[in-house]
Design a protein around this ligand. Structure first.
Ligand SMILES: Nc1ncnc2c1ncn2[C@@H]1O[C@H](COP(=O)(O)OP(=O)(O)OP(=O)(O)O)[C@@H](O)[C@H]1O
Ligand SMILES: [Mg+2]
Length: 327
């Protein structure tokens, strides 16, 4: 529209100039003509702008409706129990099967994790690792089998009380349009500023936060202005602040450079002590020290053991590991 305005102005000026030079019209007439033509195009301009507004309103409305139409999480069973014991963190998957639609995603998975152990879920993209975490957090319900927490089936517990005992760090953490401080405090609303800063220091997020224009009070606009790796550090700080019994890390260190990753790995090692931790990582050197590694392929566990045992077996893990040595 603006281009059209400038174009018509140029034509009028040019034609008017030629006419004025030839003495056919006066300069005053041209000026008035330009002004009239502006008055003519202004409402058209306004209309075009309104149209843009309408389009963005429609796009906004679509998003609002998609949120409203989102299926509500199933309500807890009427007799669901609130966790009233000191959670130890023993987790058992017993013949667990699950499918998102008709094709089975997880098939007959059975394993046992002792309280305080770190287990790594390893496998190709699409093998079903994240799905295992979704089942543990009860974002989805099992089709068959059971998951037990300290010997109690998690399907008999309220979702809230189950999730209160967990912290999840995802591949792509979500940040709110809020300050850094509030974004970390989100996991524990009553935490003090000092506690938040302490958590950020442990997560090694403190150095980059200090560099931000207003430190902990910097507003994060839709997560802009900080990198993917920094988002992950904040998300880890959230988990540290929460101090949960079960820790679920899904590719938590995927977007962090190797130096930061080393610092972070130390922080995570401290964090994982005394907690049952489930760790998913594509880079195998980050999960080498896990107590047990479960190798997934097409929704089933194809191998299981410690790093050394799996290397000795010379199977799928050995192949993955050797391939990464040459990366
Ligand atoms: N919400 C969903 N709805 C339908 N299918 C899904 C959904 N989430 C995952 N899947 C499918 O389930 C399978 C397992 O996915 P999952 O996310 O568990 O893989 P993953 O092992 O975590 O992979 P990656 O290493 O890439 O994160 C994939 O085939 C995927 O397409
Ligand atoms: Mg995944």
């Amino acid at each position: 529209m603006n281009a059209l305005n400038s174009f018509s102005f140029a034509i009028i000026a040019l034609a008017g100039g030629v006419l004025a030079v030839n003495g056919l019209v006066t300069v005053g007439v041209i000026v008035i003509f330009v002004e009239y033509s502006r008055q003519f195009t202004r409402p058209l301009n306004d209309l075009a702008n309104q149209f843009n507004l309408v389009l963005s309103a429609i796009a906004g409305a679509e998003r609002v409706f998609s949120v409203l139409e989102e299926k509500k999480e199933q309500a807890d069973e009427q007799d669901a129990k609130v966790i009233d014991w000191e959670v130890q963190g023993n987790v058992q998957f017993q013949n667990v099967s699950f499918s998102y639609d008709t094709t089975p995603t997880i098939q007959d998975v059975t394993y046992h994790v002792n309280a305080g152990q770190t287990v790594a879920l390893v496998g190709k993209t699409g093998a079903g690792k994240t799905t295992m975490m979704n089942l543990l957090t009860r974002f989805y319900e099992l089709d068959e089998g059971e998951i037990l927490l300290d010997g109690i089936s998690i399907s008999t517990l309220t979702r809230d009380s189950l999730r209160e005992n967990m912290a999840v760090v995802l591949q792509d953490p979500f940040l709110f349009h809020e300050t850094v401080l509030e974004n970390v405090r989100y996991s524990v609303p009553e935490a003090t500023r000092e506690e938040v800063i302490e958590a950020c220091k442990l997560a090694n997020a403190h150095p980059f936060i200090r560099e931000l224009s207003q430190g902990y009070d910097t507003l994060l606009e839709d997560g802009k202005g900080i990198s993917q790796g920094q988002k992950q550090l904040l998300s880890i700080a959230r988990a540290i602040l929460r101090n949960p019994k079960l820790l679920l890390l899904d590719e938590a260190t995927s977007s962090i450079d190797s130096v930061t990753e080393m610092h972070l790995q130390r922080a995570l090692d401290t964090l994982m002590q005394g907690r049952t931790s489930f760790v998913i990582a594509h880079r195998l050197n980050t999960v080498k020290n896990a107590d047990q590694l479960f190798i997934f392929d097409d929704g089933t566990i194809v191998e299981h053991g410690s790093h050394e045992e799996l290397i000795d077996q010379r199977g799928v893990y050995y192949e993955l590991h050797t391939a990464q040595q040459f990366d």
